[in-house]
Design a protein around this ligand. Sequence first.
Ligand SMILES: Cc1cc2nc3c(=O)[nH]c(=O)nc-3n(C[C@H](O)[C@H](O)[C@H](O)COP(=O)(O)OP(=O)(O)OC[C@H]3O[C@@H](n4cnc5c(N)ncnc54)[C@H](O)[C@@H]3O)c2cc1C
Length: 531
Amino acid sequence: MSTFDIETPVLIVGGSLVGMSTALLLAHHGVPALMVEHHRGTAIHPRAALINQRTMEIFRTVGVEQIVMQKSGEQFDQDGAVMSVETLAGKEIAYFIPNLNDGVRDVSPTVRVFITQKLLEPLLKMRAQELGAQLQFGAEMISFDQDADGVTALIRDRDSGETSNVRARYMVAADGSHSRIREQLGIRMFGRGVFSNSATIYFRADVNPLLRGRNLSIIMVVNPTLRGFFRIEKPYQSGFLAVNTLGSPDDPDTDVTRDLTEERSRALVHAALGAEDVPVTIEDVMPWQSTADVAERFQDGRVFLAGDAAHVMPPYGGFGGNTGIADAHNLAWKLALVLQGKADPRLLSTYEPERRPVAAFTVEQAYTRYVTRSARYLGTSGLQKAENDLNIELGYCYRSRAVIPENDDDGRGHENPRESKGRPGRRAPHIFLEPGEEKISTLDLFGRNFALLAGPDGRAWCESSSDAAKQLGLTLDIRRMETGTFADAYGITPSGAVFVRPDGFVAWRAKSSEGASSDTLLRVTRAILNL
Ligand SMILES: Cc1cc2nc3c(=O)[nH]c(=O)nc-3n(C[C@H](O)[C@H](O)[C@H](O)COP(=O)(O)OP(=O)(O)OC[C@H]3O[C@@H](n4cnc5c(N)ncnc54)[C@H](O)[C@@H]3O)c2cc1C
């Protein structure tokens, strides 16, 4: 008989945006993980809201894209601007992104969306439960230990005080920026450190007249009183003001939270609105630290760090939560295949080399935006050049033992997703299968299994891949693509083929039918599975 109260393939500690997404993605792959979350329910504050195209593509795979899209419209007018002002009532300074989806619609079957965590998390929760995830709220992980075969953790129910021993094969630490799991493992954070004790001030006020019909998603405020940003929800009677620094922009006070009474909070909201006469009710104030750091390691044995536990960045660019969801997406299929015995556990050690460089780059990009848009006093020398948002969101490249690179790989960490053209280590490009008809994207062909997509003359690859899959006991989605633009979009000739991982990243590519045999595919697949 087992000495443990609960046994689970994967224990996820932390059930906020990233922990919940991990539970959902694992459940999608048939792994009924146990998620424990200290809070008694999903987010009570709006928090993150900008959900980028990559996250929406992931949501599309697990069947929540439509509901997220629908609900988001209740909360925000979509396609707003990211811009800056001296005050909401006063002078505009710059429009960084005039319309959230301008110039990006061609690269994806979906779009960037604004929806707060408060509305989003219940949707993820419902779907995760539908797919078999075990979600335990009001439960805290008190301690853990790992050995060669698994992780043992002590969980306490906060209401009853009862404790249980959980035994898991693997553990995901999605326990946030102050991760105690990371601390216990002795994993250090590297980067820019903490540069402000910031605060988010939630308020109610009729700001509709001050918007003057403008559709503004993120309104940065830069004036001699404060630097921060507004986010305002429909019907424009409430929102938040995040404040990063106070006073002189050249020599600011970076401790916003000191003496932040209700009266002082109201004064800051008034200073950002530029309208003293608008009645403002303060609803809540949440302190947080502006930080730009990345963990030195993302894995320790059977424990994986994901989300803010692995990387923390200032919310300039809306990258934080999205990067965490991409971590979960990268890890889920690998855990599933290893747990099913179809891949060698070494596949899991491709998580860190794939995700850490992306996270480190994204953290620096967020820092660049923070400094140039709001905190020039930190100094602009040594800053990374600001990269186009689209390249950060969709153009990151993976290099690891789960990708078979080509000889001419240029080693870039990110690129314009329109240029990736199906090269290994890049997100497989989107094209609609039958332009003008039912909107099925190439991306809809990925998500659960490996996929072999061959060009219109790529019959030889289809036949040999089917043999190889049978030998490995692997489910492989095989398809010969009739769509005329496919071969060009994926950088192959009509007789070539691409091998795409369950996370929609190209693992390997054959530009023509040369070498088409089940032996080739066996070799390729075994290499990717680290067998
Ligand atoms: C003002 C602001 C605006 C932002 N806007 C955006 C945006 O628009 N887009 C975006 O992508 N990102 C945005 N971010 C960043 C985003 O909010 C974070 O990156 C994201 O919420 C991190 O999620 P997480 O699940 O990794 O961590 P957290 O949200 O910190 O969750 C960690 C969870 O772990 C739980 N926990 C910790 N220890 C234990 C334990 N021992 N046992 C059980 N549970 C435990 C905690 O209770 C907590 O719920 C914003 C951040 C701020 C501050």
